[in-house]
Write a new protein. Structure first.
Length: 323
């Protein structure tokens, strides 16, 4: 149902909370070996873990959520939520509010409003959007094709689903020059990013999509203003710092690119995609020993799609372009 993923997205928007990114959190999903919470704390640099389970019987749901102190494994808070499948969208807001209270984070009016805001009222559109993000995150041609299909289906059900427009923009941006001709794909990327911003000008993901689209269409100098707005709205948006990295690297500011990518990795340390990008930036900065160490680290984390498909010739071609 994607409750875990959506809770990550919701809680990451709360000022005062530092929430690791999806990839890093999901690296531990389903694991229950001894001392697992201390391991999570050490690897993700967090002091508290939110864990839970979802049980379904017919149309009835029971969601159990609990906060655990990683230093001693003790429970700080636990609660069960019962309801119907159609109420799944309410569960994420309820759990998120309870977690914030348990952590004693003080919310301002705007933060509280953002916490309770639902991206869509339609559970099926929500499910299709999550499937789109799942396939997009594979960073493969088949994944992007499937992602577009699911995002389009979500928008057929809810034409005002802003995040689905962001998903389409992001997918076309990556597919440009690979599964689709660059100009055609990047024009669609810009179109969908504009639609997302028109629907919700205060959505961090929409500004990130627009920043990435401007980078594709107009070049790196055009994207920074939108990226600045994205991280102002959501400082925990790791992919925004990743896009800063590409923006700075494109204009030869490699130290800034490296710093931005390291910030992205603070938020999502086990993301092999981000770790790979840091290796690129270190290589282009001619910091070869650090780049080699970063490559080894990425392999150690367990690269999946993007790192295994790297073409060494691409690195060399890019290096020549920078000379």
């Amino acid at each position: 149902m994607g409750l875990t993923e959506e809770l990550i997205n919701v809680l990451a928007k709360v000022p005062g909370l530092c929430v690791p990114g999806r990839t890093s959190c999901f690296a531990f999903k389903g694991k229950n070996e001894q001392d697992i919470f201390r391991k999570v704390g050490d690897e993700l640099h967090v002091g508290t873990v939110l864990e839970g389970s979802v049980r379904k019987a017919g149309d009835k749901l029971r969601v159990t959520a609990q906060l655990i102190n990683v230093s001693d494994g003790y429970h700080l808070w636990s609660k069960d939520y019962d309801g119907d499948v159609k109420d799944i969208l309410n569960f994420q807001s309820n759990v998120a509010e309870q977690v914030v209270q348990a952590l004693q984070v003080q919310l301002g009016t705007e933060a509280a409003r953002a916490l309770s805001k639902k991206p869509t009222e339609n559970a099926e559109a929500y499910r299709l959007y999550l499937l789109g993000r799942y396939h997009f995150a594979k960073f493969t041609r088949a994944g992007w094709t499937n992602a577009i299909h699911y995002f389009e289906q979500a928008l057929q059900i809810d034409p005002a689903y802003t995040l689905a427009y962001c998903g389409l923009a992001d997918t076309y941006g990556w597919a440009g020059g690979q599964t689709l001709p660059g100009r055609e794909a990047w024009a669609k990327e810009m179109e969908f990013a504009r639609k997302a911003l028109a629907l919700d000008p205060n959505l961090a993901e929409a500004h990130l999509s627009m920043g990435t689209a401007l980078y594709s269409v107009l070049g790196p100098h055009a994207s920074k203003k939108e990226l600045d707005r994205a991280v102002e709205l959501n400082p925990n948006l790791a992919l925004a710092y990743d896009q800063y990295g590409w923006t700075f690297a494109e204009i030869g500011r490699f130290d800034d690119a490296i710093a931005a990518e390291k910030k992205a990795l603070e938020l999502d340390p086990l993301n092999t995609f981000l770790n790979t990008n840091l290796a690129f930036f270190l290589y282009w900065a001619r910091r070869y020993e650090e780049a080699t160490a970063q490559i080894r680290k990425t392999y150690g984390i367990g690269s999946e799609q993007r790192f295994r498909s790297l073409d060494p010739g691409l690195v060399l071609d890019r290096e020549r372009e920078q000379d």
